[in-house]
Design a protein around this ligand. Sequence first.
Ligand code: NAI
Length: 475
Amino acid sequence: MSEQQQFDVVVIGGGPAGYHAAIRAAQLGLKTACVDAALGKDGQPALGGTCLRVGCIPSKALLDSSRQFWNMSHIFGEHGISFADQKIDVATMIGRKDKIVKQFTGGIAALFKANKITPFYGFGQLQPGNIVTVKQHDGSTVELKGTNVVLAAGSDSIELPFAKFDGKNIVDNVGALDFTAVPKTLGVIGAGVIGLELGSVWNRLGAKVTVFEALPDFLAAADKEVAKVAAREFKKQGLDIRLGTKVSKTEVKADGVHVTFNDGKSDQEMVVEKLLVCVGRRAATKGLLADGTGVKLDARGMIEVDDHCHTGVDGVWAIGDCVRGPMLAHKGFEEGIEVAELIAGLPGHVNYDTIPNVIYTEPEIAWVGKTEEQLKAEGIAYKAGSFPFAAVGRAVAMAEPIGFVKVLADAETDRILGMHLIGPNVSELVHEGVISMEFNGSADDLARICHAHPSLSEAVHDAAMAVDKRAIHKA
Ligand code: NAI
């Protein structure tokens, strides 16, 4: 082993949480290293984590390609645009996605260089005394000593014992981003974010998609009315979502994957060409901690931290998907910045109450804060105002009139407690709710802010006005 190298901060993991921590630490003048084991499709080290390589960014590239294709046959006609021939070349679509991934993973490497962060490509393990050993891809091992170590190891797909990933027929998100042709039939286990997003991609391109969801409720974490509209629209699009359905067995045979499931009434079997399993993710902490570090894992393998991502071991922090809280890239971003600032002696803070959730289906779904169901359960009196996109001129002109915005405000103080949206571009509009809540804004504040006409944001404005029953465009 080569001589030990000293750093102010050693970050294990170059995903959303880790690269934010590394760059912010370097900006603050700290000598920083970042360790990452991942390789890209070309076999070369690729920074950026699940998000850039096989998550947020590639899935959005495919969602956009498939959306254009779907619109050709479902929306363009309304505009009077027709085509003689509509085809999708899957290789070109996947190639475009890979190019975007390469651009962004390379972008992180360039940012590291510009910020004088030293990357180490290999598997990092925390040893007692804030030492990190890195088993590099060439087989050599280096030893790093950090005054501070930030653990940002991310998460892995959960595998079901009766549906093991084989990378070809039974896949996770990684495999479903790289099909070489549109499967005739696609089974999906889990109607969560990945199932709905990647199920939508292949459904729009012509696959017959069946989604098996164990829970009886659809999108249980979302607002009930949002979930109802989403279920209706997905059904119209041809997604066959089977709720309360448990898969017990899968078998790969010559004619496809045989899926045995029970819908609460009887055992049934369906044969699908490909099967996507997306039943959640778990912290990627296997092998991360050597004996005697003092860092604790909870029963689910997550690293235990306090409210400020400190592990309780002097100088050791943990952030992102490997700690409590939602497994979202942007939550990891903020924790990365928080920890770097705390290490540098600055105040660092994440407001977990205003983290937005977005599902990039068609229509898009987004929310921030509490749902009506949560407020009722907590006994908080609230007022609700909602407004449909069907009454928003811009949405109708765009031929996208589906969905609504709902604003929830405290019955007494009028403070905004939640915003729930389904419809066009709500992944952007939800930030009106995020900003309002961050500044402790009221529904009346939002209602009195001038919004451009015609714009989709008028739905937010009118929903805020509807909280006190004064929406102008609502009878
Ligand atoms: P998820 O937690 O969103 O959904 C998993 C679904 O699988 C749940 O509805 C659950 O009830 C169901 N399920 C669990 N076990 C099952 C079984 N044996 N049979 C049938 N259904 C079963 O997890 P998902 O979709 O795998 O996503 C993983 C993580 O990645 C999530 O934390 C998500 O937030 C994140 N992600 C976020 C995205 C975004 O923000 N747009 C996009 C993609 C992923």
